[in-house]
Write a protein that binds this ligand. Structure first.
Ligand SMILES: *[C@@H]1O[C@H](CO)[C@@H](O)[C@H](O)[C@H]1NC(C)=O
Ligand SMILES: *[C@@H]1O[C@H](CO)[C@@H](O)[C@H](O)[C@H]1NC(C)=O
Ligand SMILES: *[C@@H]1O[C@H](CO)[C@@H](O)[C@H](O)[C@H]1NC(C)=O
Ligand SMILES: *[C@@H]1O[C@H](CO)[C@@H](O)[C@H](O)[C@H]1NC(C)=O
Ligand SMILES: *[C@@H]1O[C@H](CO)[C@@H](O)[C@H](O)[C@H]1NC(C)=O
Ligand SMILES: *[C@@H]1O[C@H](CO)[C@@H](O)[C@H](O)[C@H]1NC(C)=O
Ligand SMILES: *[C@@H]1O[C@H](CO)[C@@H](O)[C@H](O)[C@H]1NC(C)=O
Ligand SMILES: *[C@@H]1O[C@H](CO)[C@@H](O)[C@H](O)[C@H]1NC(C)=O
Length: 484
């Protein structure tokens, strides 16, 4: 135990030092990774055809150009090991092997991710990588793989302290590095043993809790750890709701920085079980918390509303902002208007963006639409408490980042191939360039619409739908001096 505490302290110091020098130094995930993963839609029925079809649609509908870069194979791609101990792909599912698929994905201007588990088997009982780290990393590198999602099934009980989990996951981090091929390392140990304390030095992202399902706030016995238990959860589980995952992740936003992100899990947007407002809340919160933005919906069946959420460039600009720091939760209140599951709460999440802008996210998980408000003192509390932050004495313009959500008609035309997202990234030098502009562009595609302003020491008010958010970006009004 003493040893374990020592390790934790060491790691915290290390992550401070690496806040400017990237921990992994693989140059990847400087902003949270974006892409698409096979799992929620295809499970074990993945193959080259569905993956290439999806990748083509990601390009055609303009998702690639908006920054969705990685096509990630989840479990069930493998056919075990050959007699020399190297992983082999299932050649029925992947007639050209994974390398053949990787070539085609690369030709589309995208990158390819693969999956394994830090255990003897993957969750679907294919060969795991525990004890085979270098062989597996080498074979993936030889196929042209760019990304690894590394799960936690069948780990032989090698967990229980941060040190044990660190060792098991660090072995793969080292192996990936030794290949010499930059591969984004996405740790998926479900928040066990506090990865936010040890993973920033060894991985590009780490899952913060059990698996998210397409559920807004219903508790499920398969997701046994509640909020504060999440800090030392022994059975992470699955079927976790959006509010469950959020209410665990809010405790360690400061652990994330460019190259190292808290992963709240795959996006469920468009998978059908949440309402439009709930998906808007989901997408907004993931962007504000700097979680990876990995879609999982069936692209061949995308509807206009799903497309217009996933292609909201004003929200993506928050996710991909160059400051790279998560919002923090300023307050949370339980409210009387609960839903059938007895849940009802409201929250204020705020944080800094590039150019001195400030994000204000009102989250209404009550069952009624309501007006919410926050004072500038609350909004800039992280900068200095009790209203002493200099920003409290400024005037701000308020932009609503959902006000310019593209219309159903435009979204339909994008799916039809007769239109494209209003923000042409190619023309502007590419997604990375556009999102990382400082000061950020004031184009409506990146700022939404101006909906008001707030005077020094004033308050920001917004109407927030039930199970929805108001996502606002504050920009300082020019001072007289600036105008001269
Ligand atoms: C391996 O790690 C070293 C030291 O941090 C780093 O400089 C290098 O870029 C890494 N290489 C890859 C391929 O990740
Ligand atoms: C390979 O995929 C085919 C088609 O899905 C399946 O029938 C077969 O069992 C798989 N082989 C292995 C070793 O998993
Ligand atoms: C096993 O797979 C590796 C990597 O693909 C390959 O180099 C090796 O020749 C294979 N060994 C056998 C016995 O097939
Ligand atoms: C702000 O919200 C609080 C709590 O809901 C409420 O009591 C207060 O009246 C609101 N203030 C304004 C100006 O709307
Ligand atoms: C977009 O389409 C959906 C589904 O048909 C509909 O519910 C919604 O009201 C439409 N939105 C607008 C702004 O017309
Ligand atoms: C989509 O395409 C069909 C036929 O190709 C056309 O009739 C329809 O008007 C198009 N819809 C939009 C919104 O572009
Ligand atoms: C973006 O602009 C470029 C250069 O003007 C053009 O070639 C391309 O077709 C446009 N892309 C989209 C999706 O409209
Ligand atoms: C953006 O800023 C420019 C220069 O300050 C100004 O002319 C333009 O009207 C602004 N556009 C919007 C949409 O606010």
């Amino acid at each position: 135990m003493i040893f374990n505490k020592f390790v934790t302290i060491f790691v915290i110091i290390a992550s401070y030092q690496t806040a400017t020098v990237l921990a992994l130094n693989n140059g990847l995930a400087i902003t949270p990774q974006m892409g698409w993963n096979t799992w929620s839609s295809f499970g074990c029925n993945l193959n080259s055809d569905v993956i290439l079809d999806t990748a083509n649609k990601i390009v055609q509908y303009g998702f690639r150009d908006l920054g969705y870069e990685y096509i990630i194979l989840d479990d069930c791609w493998s056919a075990g090991r050959n007699s020399s101990g190297y992983l082999m792909p299932n050649m029925t599912k992947f007639p050209g092997g994974i390398s053949g698929l990787a070539d085609k994905i690369h030709d589309l201007g995208m990158k390819i991710g693969i999956y394994s588990s830090a255990g003897t088997m993957t969750c679907a009982r294919y060969s795991g990588s525990l004890g085979y780290e270098q062989k597996d990393a080498d074979v993936w590198a030889s196929w042209g793989v760019d990304y690894l999602k590394y799960d936690n099934c069948f780990n032989e009980g090698e967990e229980g302290t941060a040190q044990i989990s660190y060792n098991r996951y660090n072995a793969m981090g080292q192996a990936l590095n030794k290949t010499g091929r930059p591969m984004l390392y996405s740790m998926c140990n479900w928040g066990m043993d506090g990865p936010w304390n040890f993973a920033p030095t060894i991985a590009n992202s780490w899952r913060t809790s059990g698996d998210l399902s397409d559920i807004f706030d219903r508790d499920d016995p398969q997701c046994p750890c509640a909020e504060l238990d999440g800090l030392d959860c022994k059975v992470a589980g699955y079927q976790c709701s959006l509010t469950n995952v959020l209410n665990k992740a809010v405790y360690y936003p400061s652990k994330a920085f460019p190259g190292a992100w808290n992963d709240l899990d795959l996006l469920q947007v468009g998978n059908g079980a949440m309402t439009d407002d709930e998906y808007i809340a989901h997408f907004s919160i993931w962007a504000a918390m700097k979680s990876p933005m990995i879609m999982t919906n069936v692209l061949a069946k995308i509807d206009p509303q799903t497309l217009s959420i996933l292609q909201n460039t004003a929200v993506l600009a928050v996710s991909q902002d160059s400051v790279g720091s998560s919002v923090t939760r300023r307050w949370r209140y339980f409210v009387d208007d609960t839903d059938v599951f007895g849940k009802g709460e409201i929250q204020l999440l705020t944080g800094g963006l590039s150019g001195g802008d400030q994000l204000v996210l009102f989250f209404n998980a009550g069952s009624k639409d309501r007006e919410m408000n926050a004072s500038l003192s609350e909004i800039f509390w992280e900068d200095a408490p009790r209203g002493t932050a200099p920003q409290v004495q400024q005037s701000w313009d308020i932009y609503d980042l959902w006000a310019n959500r593209i219309s159903n008609a435009t979204a339909l035309a994008i799916i039809n191939g007769t239109a494209s997202n209003p923000l042409n990234m190619t023309e502007l030098g590419g997604a990375r360039q556009v999102y990382s502009q400082v000061p950020p562009s004031n184009s409506t595609a990146l700022m939404g619409s101006k909906v008001g302003s707030v005077k020094p020491s004033g308050s920001v008010l917004a109407k927030v739908k039930s199970h929805g958010v108001a996502m606002l970006r504050l920009r300082a009004q020019p001072t007289r001096k600036d105008e001269l």
